[in-house]
Design a binder for this molecule. Structure first.
Ligand code: FAD
Length: 293
């Protein structure tokens, strides 16, 4: 069973992990080894991100294919569209077919700085929904996922508008959603309530980022605009300058969030453990009896 849509029908607590491809050929081998270590944990699936500039697209496929074929772990290959032409996206979809990719995360991608002031009417893609449609019309039975934002996408005017657009993305064929990271589960539960009320019924996979060093906190907040609860801030203030202690505390915090999500009937939690097998392994072992591994 390699299609994520089938797996998401189960209600057993499970974990999936995210990895990112190498930026250059010189670190391909080290990324391959790290992702294989994570694959050995046999997560429900592994997602492989995609560089918005497109430079790492082949590596996304190579890493995804390797995990799937060598370790029999279902993979989800990310694809972005905003800085691409129709022709490029078409050839990427073809390459996915040829690589035997069954699950695709259809993303818009962040708008590159040098495109910010463009006349957007010339762009081949403006929103992820266009990529969702293209994948669904490609003649291949891709299982297509998309992104969602419990704390609102930064470009959205308000949550109502964001959720309205999200519903359109689902209606276009997006079969499940993975959330942006969040550090306060209540924000996620609130969001779930609102999207269900808006008629979005597809599975939602919460994304949890274990913060394992103080620098990562800044980056995470800048990237996602996530709210940092006081409990989390205190932990960073107290342990941020001690790398080993910070790592342990960050993993414990993420574990806590995950247990609470399972307790609230969430089946699969996606962990942004990035390319750190020791973090993925620690989280999995903290949950061993809960997930039966
Ligand atoms: P969209 O769904 O297109 O939404 C973008 C914004 O446009 C939202 O504000 C939405 O409300 C609005 N909108 C949508 N449709 C319309 C419309 N018709 N008219 C007006 N407004 C509209 N980036 C990468 O480069 N590579 C990755 O691998 C990657 N993986 C990610 C994984 C997850 C789980 C998440 C949450 C994000 C990921 N990103 C990745 C980042 C993502 O590309 C950015 O957050 C990007 O800014 C938005 O992408 P999207 O697919 O959510 O866009």
């Amino acid at each position: 069973m390699m299609k994520i849509r089938d797996f998401l029908q189960q209600d057993k607590p499970a974990l999936s992990f995210e990895v990112f491809p190498p930026k250059t050929a010189s670190n391909f081998e080290s990324v391959k080894i790290a992702t294989e270590e994570i694959a050995k944990l046999k997560p429900s699936f592994m997602s492989v991100t995609y560089g918005a500039g497109g430079g790492t697209s082949q590596y996304t496929l190579d890493i995804a294919k390797n995990i799937k074929e060598l370790h029999h772990v279902p993979t989800l290959a990310h694809l972005t569209c905003v800085s691409s032409t129709r022709e490029t996206v078409k050839s990427k979809i073809q390459a996915m077919k040829e690589a035997g990719i069954e699950n695709v995360m259809a993303l818009r991608g962040d708008i590159p700085k040098d495109m910010m002031n463009d006349d957007r009417s010339n762009w081949h893609y403006k929103y992820a929904i266009e990529l969702v449609r293209e994948l669904k019309e490609s003649g291949e039975d891709f299982c297509v996922g998309g992104a969602c934002y419990p704390e609102i996408h930064p470009e959205s005017l308000n949550q109502k508008e964001d959720i309205r657009r999200l519903k359109e993305k689902i209606d276009a064929g997006c079969e499940f959603l993975t959330t942006q990271m969040f550090f306060d589960n209540n924000l996620f539960y609130n969001f779930m309530y609102k999207i269900r009320e808006a008629g979005i019924t597809v599975p939602i996979i919460p994304g949890i980022m274990p913060i394992t060093n103080a620098k990562q906190v800044e980056r995470a907040v800048k990237l996602s605009g996530s709210f940092m609860p006081q409990r989390f801030k205190s932990l960073v203030d107290r342990f941020g300058s001690d790398p080993a202690a910070m790592k342990q505390a960050g993993i414990a915090y993420a574990t806590d969030q995950i247990i609470d999500l399972y307790a609230n009937n969430i089946c699969n939690v996606h962990v942004y453990s990035m390319n750190k097998p020791e973090v993925a392994e620690k989280i999995q072992s903290n949950l061993s009896d809960i997930i039966g591994k």
